[in-house]
Write a protein that binds this ligand. Sequence first.
Ligand SMILES: NC(=O)c1ccc[n+]([C@@H]2O[C@H](COP(=O)([O-])OP(=O)(O)OC[C@H]3O[C@@H](n4cnc5c(N)ncnc54)[C@H](O)[C@@H]3O)[C@@H](O)[C@H]2O)c1
Length: 450
Amino acid sequence: MDVTIIGCGYVGLVTGTCLASIGHTVRGVEKDAKKLKTLLDGHCPIFEPGLHELMQEHFASGQLQFTDNVKAAVKDAEVVFLCVGTPSKPDGTVDMGFLEGAGKEVCDALAEYNNDYMVTIVVKSTVPAGTNRKLYGFLKEQTRAHVQVVSNPEFLKEGTAVQDCMNPDRIVVGGESREAFLVMRRLYDPLVKPEEKFLTMNWESAELTKYAANSMLAARISFMNEMTILCEQYGADVEDIRKGIGSDSRIGPAFLKAGCGYGGSCFPKDVAALEHISRAVGHENLFVHVIQTINKNQKKRFVDKIENKLGRPLAGAKIAVWGLAFKADTDDIRESAALDVIRYLLDKGAQVKATDPKAMENMKQIFKDEVEWSQDPVTCAAGADAVALLTDWPQYTTLPFRKIAATMSSPIIFDGRNCLHRDVMRDAGFQYYPIGRPAVENTLRLKNRV
Ligand SMILES: NC(=O)c1ccc[n+]([C@@H]2O[C@H](COP(=O)([O-])OP(=O)(O)OC[C@H]3O[C@@H](n4cnc5c(N)ncnc54)[C@H](O)[C@@H]3O)[C@@H](O)[C@H]2O)c1
């Protein structure tokens, strides 16, 4: 099928590449000139495992093309995806500017082609309930083209996006047209075996499914983060509790890992959006409000703990930050916990040195010379009073910890992702503070050092 993708960011590029790999002809439209040039040069503008190779293969074969010309890209399309960003505004409501802009451009392109063929507009961006219905009304009013609109929220996870896209748990399609459902069924045919994976519903149910999914996942993390407070007070281990409840088939193991707070381009904005979507119909959604409050407190608590355990004000303390991306295997820093943690540390007067294998360039745009940048965790920790680990990059678990401890002014690690091994830390002579787990207080070694 001829498919056009408007917006070649994380979702658009992964979706377009995966659709090309199952045989569709895909034209990606990208309006950011720098990103488009990277794509046209055959490179991938984001770091996502497996994407670069797959993209290059289908770009080279011509199955996947890129342009900034919406009209030409829409002309022969049977399906047009809208994959533009829907970020939060400062008050937490959804900024619909990109989607409205893209919708208008597609509408103008369609108005030129009074074609006999049906075009299915697919809203993949995460949007408030009622958006697809409004878009359909707008297109019907503005163009005589035979057009249908479906909501098709995306559930991929950055870091495993290609795998998620090629092996989806389910494909949700919301709309009011049987014809459009059939188009979507045909489009995704190789990916929706067994048949039960293809779920059709009305527009509003599909739109709310996406917000409900992300809020539920964020709630599980916030719940476990709240449990860490009790664990630290009563001497329990949140990892044991995770295993204890995750093995209950009614609960399941996913998204129960405690840490210094969730982040990313989706959870924070989607939970905030659900609060506002509720408020728009006169309902105070206390549940989603609490999820966010716990998440905010967790990041603050992490910095307070650093200050308490160091036993001195943070002003002038040298803190090495390992990990800036909101999770491992991505260069994405949107709403990353590192943004808040570093800001709190700086506000308290700490000197911050930071490193990340993939996300450092993105973070430099935010903190510039407020932070000292290190190419690797070993140089980052040298001379520091403490390390704060904020992203669970697997390579951080295999570092030469004895060597690192010897170069620090005091060997203390605050593990914001509970990803290091307590015994390894003890052996290397660290004081080690995970979250909601028993600490290692290597006071003997520390005393020897003073
Ligand atoms: N990133 C994720 O993990 C993820 C997962 C599920 C759903 N989503 C949702 O998918 C949507 C897109 O997210 P993303 O992370 O891919 O965003 P993104 O910011 O990475 O990508 C959006 C892209 O669209 C481009 N763009 C904007 N307006 C355009 C226009 N008129 N024409 C052409 N290009 C245009 C931008 O330049 C950008 O490259 C959002 O609604 C998001 O909530 C994201």
